[in-house]
Design a protein around this ligand. Structure first.
Ligand SMILES: [Zn+2]
Length: 80
């Protein structure tokens, strides 16, 4: 009931938790800030890169150094 706000673009009422305005499609900045979307994207990317490095590091002939770097990247990505 009190969970409504005005869209910054078209001025219509939208839900505070909506990611975007259902009327005009403008992104809802208030909802975005809560979710830390950018940081989560970077964390996912780091998890992917770290996983790839670990896989490359444990394959024969490459050595364990890459795997160690991959593990560090994985941990950093996990806590982002
Ligand atoms: Zn709108």
């Amino acid at each position: 009931m009190s969970d409504l706000m005005q869209c910054a673009d078209c001025g219509k009422r939208i839900s505070k938790s909506a990611a975007a305005c259902p009327h005009c499609g403008a992104p809802n900045k208030a909802a975005k800030r809560k979710k830390r979307g950018n940081t989560q994207g970077a964390g996912c990317l780091l998890l992917l890169v770290g996983g790839g490095l670990v896989l490359a590091g444990i394959s024969p002939g490459v050595g364990g150094f890459l795997a160690v770097i991959g593990l560090v990247v994985l941990v950093v990505g996990f806590f982002l």
